[in-house]
Design a protein around this ligand. Structure first.
Ligand code: DGJ
Length: 733
């Protein structure tokens, strides 16, 4: 068992080949942390790591032990108001108004496998041998509340998952004001912290800064995980690089409001907290009721950022994503959005579909504009029936035609939203989040449905169920194009207003769960104004996501590079679009746009009818090429080589699952006049003694990794100009 309990020392040791995590019971009955890091021997006790010493006057020590202060003790799930001065993991308001609690350990369970989190997305184990779990049971005797802290360690992955569950046993209700998923205290602050920030069109850019005393955090209060911050952070030792050194990753499996926070105490301890954002959050628990927090996935790497990324990629691809599409190669798609926006009819759709089929495209996606009175973004959302004025033969006619052309048929929906100009809103104006006495804001002329309501849920579910039952649909792009404001529900009582954001997300997950189980053959792709809800919660239901609305190849390098810190290639929807690019007016060569989009779930997003013969011939070839090696680009091991955040160039590589095929993408930003000689690109992860063929040359793996690949100007496709690229294909022989 990779979890050992030592009764004498009161220590739990979770370990596998890569890591150790040691928990102890503290003198006051709380749970503390002794160690998280590289594997230690499980045969030893680490109680010496609990430091107790006389503290100066400012510390609040226990009356019977003046060496024991929670302010200086590393805890597993810190409470508020009992001597710990850092930000707590939870806060309970009791019936008498008190915010104090004192959760004392009373029992534990260690068992094989990984328990499910009901109603919430989570990583899983396919067999009991893959993982072992520990549950710690604690009780607060005053409020009569129970707390269960759950840990799972994977046998062959450097991963520990955590979550917490509160259950009220007492007669008097309690109110959870804060209930985070993770609290972890580390003994020092010698880290840089990394996070993925941005905005619409520049999602998941890597930010890195040195930890300092006090609180530093990222968060979302927008109802979606957001384009501005991703629910992820990593702590890396300052000297750690892509390939070496210690990195700790923390990723929250949740799609709504979140907080990821680091609080460095005056004594240089670092507390990492992660979970649902406490602002505006309240959850009442009556006798017998429970509250389950989302899951946090902690990854330990002593092989730098790349080591961490490999673990997340594999875990999220193999044990977070589900369904028949999890391991299946994804079709090359054409999406009509950038080509036509709302301005289409049956004829234009058919002509585009015919062009797509000619080129070898496998999935035709009809984006926004096919339903209700959706001729612009001011109308139609909420009415999920076809617009016969635009499409006289309905969805049946379109899907039949697309299928006859030998392609799959996909459709765009945005079921969580409504326009005021829609039948749904006219019938149910009270179904949106709003406060009757306050003014209201709109986003893209749309309003968020109060999905926490059962009648709203049932209406949307029924509309989608009918749509998917009555039509031959193979793919769904599920969009969400505004953040939430005026989140008030006149239907929920005053005590339930603090629950709305989370109840919305729970019902969103329920809707996804219901539809993905009823229509398992459908490939779902999530989207939110591009990548504003690109998070692990969504990946549990939709195994791929639209990475960004920014389709400019040069900008995409940063977005895909940053996204790759935790998310696997197959989860990223990448499309080739037209030039000048619609977002930035930049002109990049077709080959560069293709070679950027290749790395992931590949497709097109442009008006094929406007291309000349040369471009169409090239696209045909590029599609055929991708089909030959799709498995590598979608499921291979992806490694970053040159960071676009450090230079204007970018490079990355992917190695096939059988390690025989290697593709290296090298992308030039701006040309340098009279630039460096001896440009080399050192590859990674090859077999040192193996030989690799590139064009007509044979290279040893060790040479490619140490001396590097010699970069020649003529390798770049196209003319000597900015934004060109090379795709090297090496084969092991
Ligand atoms: C935002 C998405 O990111 C786009 O790809 C497109 O689907 C539009 N919404 C449609 O409204």
């Amino acid at each position: 068992m990779p979890i050992k309990y030592c009764k004498k020392e009161k220590e739990f040791h979770l370990y596998n080949d890569e890591l150790s995590y040691v928990i102890c019971l503290l003198p006051n009955g709380h749970v503390g942390n002794l160690y998280y890091g590289k594997r230690l021997s499980e045969k030893m006790s680490y109680s010496y790591l609990l430091e107790k010493r006389q503290r100066p006057l400012t510390a609040c020590v226990y009356e019977d032990d003046d060496e024991f202060s929670l302010e200086h003790t590393r805890q597993e799930y810190a409470a508020y108001g009992n001597g710990d001065m850092a930000l707590p993991a939870f806060e309970i308001k009791s019936d008498d108004g008190s915010r104090l609690s004192h959760f004392v350990f009373y029992d534990y369970a260690i068992f094989k496998g990984k328990p499910k989190l009901s109603g919430l997305p989570h990583t899983y184990a396919e067999s009991d041998q893959e993982a072992t779990s520990l549950e710690l049971y604690l009780r607060d005797s005053v409020s009569e509340t129970e707390l269960c802290l759950t840990y799972t360690i994977y046998e062959n992955r450097a991963v520990i998952t955590r979550n917490a569950r509160f259950t009220q046993r007492g007669e008097k209700p309690i109110c959870l004001k804060r209930a985070l998923s993770l609290c972890l205290d580390l003994p020092d602050k010698d880290y840089d912290w990394l996070h993925l920030d941005g905005a619409w069109g520049r999602e998941r850019h890597i930010e890195c800064s040195k930890l300092h005393q006090g609180c530093q955090s990222i968060y979302s209060l927008k109802g979606a995980s957001s384009a501005e911050h991703n629910p992820f952070l990593a702590l890396k030792r300052p000297q750690a690089t892509e390939d070496e050194g210690e990195v700790l990753g923390f990723s929250l499996i949740y799609s709504g409001n979140f907080l990821a926070q680091l609080d460095v105490t005056p004594y240089d301890q670092t507390r990492i907290s992660m979970g649902i954002h406490p602002l505006g959050f309240e959850w009442y628990l009556k006798k017998g009721e429970s509250f389950q927090t989302p899951e946090v996935v902690m990854v330990y790497s002593h092989l730098g950022l790349n080591g961490m990324s490999q673990v997340y990629h594999q875990l999220y691809r193999q044990r977070l994503a589900r369904g028949i599409w999890r391991d299946k190669e994804r079709p090359i798609l054409l999406n009509n959005w950038e080509a036509l926006t709302f301005d289409f009819n049956e004829t234009t759709i058919f002509s585009l579909a015919e062009k797509a089929a000619d080129l070898g495209i496998e999935l035709f996606v009809m984006d926004d504009g096919w339903f209700g009175q959706r001729n612009h973004d001011r109308a139609g959302l909420g009415d999920w029936t076809v617009n016969y004025d635009k499409l006289p033969h309905g969805l049946i006619g379109i899907s039949q035609k697309v299928h006859e052309l030998g392609m799959l048929f996909g459709l765009w929906i945005e079921p969580e939203m409504v326009n005021k100009d829609s039948q749904l809103y006219r019938e149910h104006p009270d179904w949106i989040f709003h406060h009757p006495a306050h003014s209201q804001t709109q986003g893209r002329h749309q309003y968020t449905l109060d999905l926490s309501r059962e009648d709203v849920y049932q209406n949307i579910y029924r509309q989608l169920h009918t749509l998917l039952t009555n039509h031959d649909i193979d793919y769904i792009k599920w969009d969400m194009n505004r953040y939430m404001t005026e989140v008030y529900s006149s239907y929920a009582g005053k005590e339930r207003q603090g629950e709305l954001f989370h109840r919305y997300i729970l019902n969103l997950y329920r809707l996804y769960e219901q539809l993905t189980s009823e229509f398992p053959h459908i490939l779902f792709e999530s989207c939110s104004s591009g990548g504003a809800r690109f998070d692990p919660g969504m990946l549990y239901y939709a195994p791929q996501a639209w990475t960004s609305d920014d389709t400019d190849a040069y900008e995409r390098l940063k977005i895909q590079y940053g996204t790759s810190l935790i998310y696997p290639l197959i989860s990223m929807g990448n499309h080739v679009s037209e030039v000048p690019n619609q977002q930035l007016a930049r002109v990049t060569p077709l080959s560069t746009r293709t070679q950027v989009a290749y790395f992931g779930s590949f497709g097109y997003e442009l008006d094929l009818r406007k291309l000349d013969k040369g471009e169409l011939d090239l696209i045909k070839k590029e599609i055929a090429f991708y089909k030959n090696y799709r498995r590598v680009f979608q499921f291979g091991a992806f490694t970053r080589l040159i960071s676009p955040f450090e230079t204007s160039d970018t490079a990355w590589q992917v190695i096939s699952e059988d390690a025989c095929q290697v593709f290296v993408g090298l992308y030039r930003g701006l040309l340098k006049i009279n630039g460096p000689s001896y440009e080399r690109l050192r590859l990674k992860g090859l077999e040192a003694e193996a030989s690799y063929r590139l064009n007509n040359h044979i290279y040893l793996g060790s040479a490619l990794m140490n001396a590097g690949l010699v970069i020649k100007e003529e390798d770049y496709a196209g003319a000597y100009r900015d934004f060109t690229s090379v795709l090297y294909h090496l084969e092991k022989i």
